[in-house]
Design a protein around this ligand. Structure first.
Ligand SMILES: [Zn+2]
Length: 312
Protein backbone atom coordinates (compact mmCIF):
# COMPACT_ATOMS: atom_id res chain seq x y z
CA UNK A 1 0.00 0.00 0.00
CA UNK A 2 3.01 2.27 -0.07
CA UNK A 3 2.84 2.57 -3.83
CA UNK A 4 1.37 5.87 -5.01
CA UNK A 5 -0.20 4.04 -7.96
CA UNK A 6 -2.57 2.33 -5.55
CA UNK A 7 -4.06 5.57 -4.29
CA UNK A 8 -7.55 6.16 -5.73
CA UNK A 9 -8.16 9.45 -7.55
CA UNK A 10 -9.70 12.37 -5.63
CA UNK A 11 -13.39 11.87 -5.02
CA UNK A 12 -13.14 8.10 -4.89
CA UNK A 13 -13.19 7.62 -1.15
CA UNK A 14 -11.95 4.14 -0.33
CA UNK A 15 -13.58 1.89 2.17
CA UNK A 16 -11.35 0.27 4.70
CA UNK A 17 -8.59 -1.66 2.97
CA UNK A 18 -8.53 -5.44 2.72
CA UNK A 19 -8.26 -6.80 6.22
CA UNK A 20 -9.87 -3.60 7.35
CA UNK A 21 -9.11 -1.13 10.06
CA UNK A 22 -11.80 -2.74 12.13
CA UNK A 23 -9.08 -3.63 14.56
CA UNK A 24 -8.70 0.13 15.10
CA UNK A 25 -12.32 0.66 16.03
CA UNK A 26 -12.38 -0.68 19.58
CA UNK A 27 -11.35 1.78 22.24
CA UNK A 28 -7.77 1.25 23.22
CA UNK A 29 -7.46 -0.41 26.58
CA UNK A 30 -4.83 1.98 27.87
CA UNK A 31 -1.27 3.20 27.48
CA UNK A 32 0.13 0.04 29.00
CA UNK A 33 -1.34 -2.09 26.22
CA UNK A 34 0.63 -0.52 23.43
CA UNK A 35 -0.96 -0.73 20.04
CA UNK A 36 1.09 -2.55 17.48
CA UNK A 37 3.37 0.02 15.91
CA UNK A 38 2.82 -1.39 12.45
CA UNK A 39 -0.97 -0.99 12.58
CA UNK A 40 -0.70 2.61 13.75
CA UNK A 41 1.71 3.45 10.94
CA UNK A 42 -0.73 2.09 8.39
CA UNK A 43 -3.60 3.94 10.07
CA UNK A 44 -1.79 7.31 10.00
CA UNK A 45 -0.95 6.84 6.31
CA UNK A 46 -4.57 5.94 5.56
CA UNK A 47 -5.76 9.04 7.39
CA UNK A 48 -3.29 11.08 5.34
CA UNK A 49 -4.80 9.71 2.14
CA UNK A 50 -8.32 10.50 3.31
CA UNK A 51 -7.34 14.03 4.34
CA UNK A 52 -5.74 14.65 0.96
CA UNK A 53 -8.70 13.19 -0.93
CA UNK A 54 -11.12 15.36 1.04
CA UNK A 55 -8.85 18.39 0.47
CA UNK A 56 -8.27 18.89 4.18
CA UNK A 57 -4.62 19.52 3.25
CA UNK A 58 -2.74 21.15 0.39
CA UNK A 59 0.87 20.44 -0.52
CA UNK A 60 2.64 19.35 2.69
CA UNK A 61 0.06 20.70 5.16
CA UNK A 62 -1.10 18.96 8.28
CA UNK A 63 0.25 16.57 10.87
CA UNK A 64 -1.08 13.60 12.86
CA UNK A 65 0.29 11.68 15.79
CA UNK A 66 -0.39 8.74 18.08
CA UNK A 67 0.95 8.22 21.58
CA UNK A 68 2.46 4.74 21.63
CA UNK A 69 3.34 4.83 25.31
CA UNK A 70 4.06 7.36 28.03
CA UNK A 71 7.26 8.58 26.41
CA UNK A 72 6.89 7.81 22.70
CA UNK A 73 4.72 9.26 20.01
CA UNK A 74 4.55 8.28 16.37
CA UNK A 75 4.06 11.33 14.14
CA UNK A 76 3.97 12.46 10.54
CA UNK A 77 7.14 14.24 9.43
CA UNK A 78 7.59 17.65 7.89
CA UNK A 79 7.93 18.32 4.16
CA UNK A 80 5.82 15.50 2.77
CA UNK A 81 2.32 15.36 1.29
CA UNK A 82 0.20 13.55 3.85
CA UNK A 83 -1.68 11.92 0.98
CA UNK A 84 1.37 9.97 -0.18
CA UNK A 85 3.13 8.74 2.93
CA UNK A 86 4.58 5.30 3.49
CA UNK A 87 4.73 3.72 6.95
CA UNK A 88 8.48 4.24 7.12
CA UNK A 89 8.09 7.99 6.50
CA UNK A 90 6.74 8.41 10.04
CA UNK A 91 8.97 9.48 12.92
CA UNK A 92 9.21 8.41 16.55
CA UNK A 93 9.58 11.20 19.10
CA UNK A 94 9.86 11.44 22.85
CA UNK A 95 7.59 13.74 24.82
CA UNK A 96 10.08 16.60 24.51
CA UNK A 97 10.09 16.32 20.74
CA UNK A 98 13.43 14.53 20.38
CA UNK A 99 13.63 12.28 17.38
CA UNK A 100 13.92 8.65 18.52
CA UNK A 101 13.54 6.95 15.17
CA UNK A 102 12.86 7.49 11.52
CA UNK A 103 14.66 8.93 8.54
CA UNK A 104 12.75 12.17 8.25
CA UNK A 105 12.47 15.29 10.41
CA UNK A 106 9.68 16.26 12.75
CA UNK A 107 7.44 19.28 12.25
CA UNK A 108 7.57 22.43 14.38
CA UNK A 109 3.81 22.01 14.83
CA UNK A 110 4.57 18.94 16.95
CA UNK A 111 4.43 21.35 19.91
CA UNK A 112 0.65 21.40 19.39
CA UNK A 113 0.60 17.61 19.85
CA UNK A 114 3.03 17.53 22.78
CA UNK A 115 1.03 20.15 24.66
CA UNK A 116 -2.18 18.22 24.01
CA UNK A 117 -0.74 14.97 25.35
CA UNK A 118 0.68 16.80 28.36
CA UNK A 119 -2.74 18.10 29.38
CA UNK A 120 -4.88 15.19 28.21
CA UNK A 121 -3.66 11.82 29.47
CA UNK A 122 -7.01 10.43 28.30
CA UNK A 123 -6.30 10.99 24.58
CA UNK A 124 -3.87 9.11 22.37
CA UNK A 125 -4.14 10.79 18.98
CA UNK A 126 -4.09 14.32 17.52
CA UNK A 127 -5.05 15.35 13.98
CA UNK A 128 -4.22 18.84 12.70
CA UNK A 129 -5.21 19.89 9.17
CA UNK A 130 -6.59 22.88 7.26
CA UNK A 131 -10.07 21.74 6.14
CA UNK A 132 -11.55 24.51 3.97
CA UNK A 133 -15.03 24.81 5.46
CA UNK A 134 -13.88 24.73 9.07
CA UNK A 135 -11.00 27.06 8.22
CA UNK A 136 -13.49 29.48 6.61
CA UNK A 137 -15.07 29.89 10.06
CA UNK A 138 -11.62 30.10 11.64
CA UNK A 139 -10.71 32.93 9.26
CA UNK A 140 -13.84 35.00 9.68
CA UNK A 141 -14.58 34.60 13.36
CA UNK A 142 -18.20 33.59 13.96
CA UNK A 143 -18.49 30.77 16.45
CA UNK A 144 -20.41 27.77 15.17
CA UNK A 145 -24.09 28.18 16.09
CA UNK A 146 -25.30 25.88 18.85
CA UNK A 147 -28.39 23.74 18.58
CA UNK A 148 -28.57 23.65 14.78
CA UNK A 149 -27.14 20.25 13.83
CA UNK A 150 -28.26 17.48 16.15
CA UNK A 151 -25.61 14.89 15.27
CA UNK A 152 -22.86 17.49 15.47
CA UNK A 153 -24.05 18.43 18.96
CA UNK A 154 -24.03 14.78 19.94
CA UNK A 155 -20.59 14.07 18.57
CA UNK A 156 -18.71 17.32 19.23
CA UNK A 157 -20.74 20.21 20.66
CA UNK A 158 -19.15 23.61 21.17
CA UNK A 159 -15.97 24.33 19.24
CA UNK A 160 -13.72 27.13 20.54
CA UNK A 161 -11.82 29.41 18.17
CA UNK A 162 -8.26 29.64 19.42
CA UNK A 163 -6.79 33.16 18.94
CA UNK A 164 -4.09 33.49 16.30
CA UNK A 165 -0.46 32.84 17.16
CA UNK A 166 2.34 32.09 14.70
CA UNK A 167 2.35 28.43 13.78
CA UNK A 168 4.95 26.16 15.34
CA UNK A 169 5.48 28.31 18.45
CA UNK A 170 4.65 27.41 22.04
CA UNK A 171 2.25 30.35 22.04
CA UNK A 172 0.44 28.64 19.16
CA UNK A 173 0.38 25.30 20.98
CA UNK A 174 -0.67 26.76 24.32
CA UNK A 175 -3.43 28.85 22.76
CA UNK A 176 -5.66 25.81 23.27
CA UNK A 177 -5.05 25.75 27.03
CA UNK A 178 -8.21 27.59 28.14
CA UNK A 179 -10.33 24.80 26.63
CA UNK A 180 -7.88 21.93 26.29
CA UNK A 181 -9.20 19.86 29.19
CA UNK A 182 -12.86 20.16 28.22
CA UNK A 183 -12.96 20.04 24.41
CA UNK A 184 -11.78 17.70 21.64
CA UNK A 185 -12.15 19.98 18.58
CA UNK A 186 -10.77 23.46 18.00
CA UNK A 187 -10.72 26.01 15.21
CA UNK A 188 -7.35 27.78 14.94
CA UNK A 189 -7.85 31.41 13.92
CA UNK A 190 -6.44 32.23 10.48
CA UNK A 191 -5.05 28.72 10.21
CA UNK A 192 -7.07 25.47 10.43
CA UNK A 193 -8.38 22.99 12.97
CA UNK A 194 -7.23 20.34 15.43
CA UNK A 195 -9.02 17.36 16.98
CA UNK A 196 -8.16 14.88 19.74
CA UNK A 197 -9.14 11.23 19.90
CA UNK A 198 -8.71 7.90 21.61
CA UNK A 199 -7.07 6.51 18.48
CA UNK A 200 -6.12 7.95 15.06
CA UNK A 201 -9.49 7.26 13.48
CA UNK A 202 -11.39 8.71 16.42
CA UNK A 203 -9.47 12.00 16.00
CA UNK A 204 -9.83 11.88 12.21
CA UNK A 205 -13.59 11.24 12.30
CA UNK A 206 -14.03 14.24 14.58
CA UNK A 207 -12.26 16.31 11.93
CA UNK A 208 -14.59 14.93 9.24
CA UNK A 209 -17.62 15.74 11.39
CA UNK A 210 -16.32 19.25 12.06
CA UNK A 211 -15.70 20.12 8.42
CA UNK A 212 -18.95 18.48 7.30
CA UNK A 213 -20.90 20.55 9.82
CA UNK A 214 -19.16 23.74 8.72
CA UNK A 215 -19.91 22.94 5.08
CA UNK A 216 -23.58 22.35 5.88
CA UNK A 217 -23.78 25.60 7.84
CA UNK A 218 -22.22 27.51 4.96
CA UNK A 219 -24.73 25.97 2.54
CA UNK A 220 -27.65 26.72 4.87
CA UNK A 221 -26.75 30.28 5.75
CA UNK A 222 -27.91 31.94 2.50
CA UNK A 223 -31.25 30.14 2.77
CA UNK A 224 -32.36 31.76 6.01
CA UNK A 225 -31.89 31.99 9.76
CA UNK A 226 -30.87 28.97 11.79
CA UNK A 227 -33.75 26.86 13.06
CA UNK A 228 -32.39 25.91 16.46
CA UNK A 229 -33.38 23.27 18.94
CA UNK A 230 -35.15 24.65 21.99
CA UNK A 231 -33.31 24.82 25.32
CA UNK A 232 -35.41 21.88 26.49
CA UNK A 233 -34.46 19.85 23.41
CA UNK A 234 -30.82 20.72 24.05
CA UNK A 235 -31.19 19.57 27.64
CA UNK A 236 -32.58 16.24 26.44
CA UNK A 237 -29.73 15.94 23.92
CA UNK A 238 -27.10 16.49 26.60
CA UNK A 239 -28.83 13.90 28.77
CA UNK A 240 -28.42 11.42 25.90
CA UNK A 241 -24.72 12.27 25.74
CA UNK A 242 -24.41 11.64 29.46
CA UNK A 243 -26.21 8.32 29.11
CA UNK A 244 -23.68 7.29 26.46
CA UNK A 245 -20.74 8.33 28.60
CA UNK A 246 -19.84 11.29 26.39
CA UNK A 247 -18.55 14.53 27.86
CA UNK A 248 -19.82 17.98 27.01
CA UNK A 249 -18.52 21.12 28.69
CA UNK A 250 -22.10 22.49 28.86
CA UNK A 251 -23.39 19.73 31.10
CA UNK A 252 -24.86 21.23 34.26
CA UNK A 253 -25.54 24.63 32.71
CA UNK A 254 -29.07 26.03 33.04
CA UNK A 255 -31.24 25.35 29.98
CA UNK A 256 -31.28 28.99 28.87
CA UNK A 257 -27.48 28.93 28.46
CA UNK A 258 -27.29 25.80 26.34
CA UNK A 259 -27.66 27.75 23.10
CA UNK A 260 -24.87 30.20 23.99
CA UNK A 261 -22.19 30.11 21.37
CA UNK A 262 -19.53 31.56 23.65
CA UNK A 263 -17.26 28.81 24.94
CA UNK A 264 -16.36 29.42 28.54
CA UNK A 265 -12.61 29.13 29.07
CA UNK A 266 -11.32 27.09 31.96
CA UNK A 267 -7.75 27.48 33.10
CA UNK A 268 -5.70 24.41 32.26
CA UNK A 269 -3.31 22.98 34.79
CA UNK A 270 -0.19 25.11 34.94
CA UNK A 271 2.01 22.55 33.25
CA UNK A 272 5.05 23.87 31.50
CA UNK A 273 5.76 21.93 28.34
CA UNK A 274 9.33 21.23 27.33
CA UNK A 275 10.72 20.81 23.90
CA UNK A 276 14.20 19.60 23.21
CA UNK A 277 14.86 22.18 20.52
CA UNK A 278 14.12 24.95 23.04
CA UNK A 279 16.74 23.60 25.41
CA UNK A 280 19.74 22.73 23.27
CA UNK A 281 21.42 24.25 20.21
CA UNK A 282 19.56 23.45 17.03
CA UNK A 283 22.50 21.53 15.61
CA UNK A 284 22.29 19.05 18.47
CA UNK A 285 18.55 18.81 18.75
CA UNK A 286 17.79 16.16 16.16
CA UNK A 287 18.92 12.63 16.78
CA UNK A 288 18.66 10.57 13.64
CA UNK A 289 18.21 6.89 14.15
CA UNK A 290 17.41 4.23 11.60
CA UNK A 291 16.50 1.80 14.31
CA UNK A 292 13.07 2.43 15.80
CA UNK A 293 13.19 1.13 19.37
CA UNK A 294 10.11 -1.00 18.98
CA UNK A 295 9.81 -4.72 18.60
CA UNK A 296 7.23 -4.35 15.86
CA UNK A 297 7.06 -5.74 12.34
CA UNK A 298 9.07 -3.72 9.83
CA UNK A 299 7.30 -1.01 7.84
CA UNK A 300 5.81 -2.02 4.52
CA UNK A 301 8.35 -0.26 2.31
CA UNK A 302 11.52 -2.28 2.34
CA UNK A 303 13.10 -1.20 -0.92
CA UNK A 304 15.85 0.66 0.92
CA UNK A 305 15.08 3.95 -0.76
CA UNK A 306 15.74 7.15 1.15
CA UNK A 307 12.26 8.54 1.51
CA UNK A 308 13.69 11.93 2.42
CA UNK A 309 14.69 12.41 -1.20
CA UNK A 310 11.05 12.76 -2.21
CA UNK A 311 10.27 15.47 0.36
CA UNK A 312 9.48 18.96 -0.78
ZN1 LIG B 1 -1.19 23.93 10.26
Amino acid sequence: MSNAMEIPPPGDFPLDPPGGFGRMAPRLPGPEARMADYDVREALCEIGRRCWQRQFVAANDGNFSFRLDEDTILATPTRISKGFMSPDDLVLLDMEGRLKGGRRESTSEIRLHLNAYLHRPDIRSVVHVHPPHATAFACTGPLLPCGVLEEFELYLGQVPIVPYEPTGTWEFARGLDPWIETHDAFLLANHGAVTFGLDPFDAYYKMEVLDHACRTLLLARPLGDWRRLTPEQMQALLARKTAHGMNDARMGLPAERLLDEAVAPRPARDTQPRFARDLVPASESVIISDEPKLSSPPPARLDGSDSRASGA
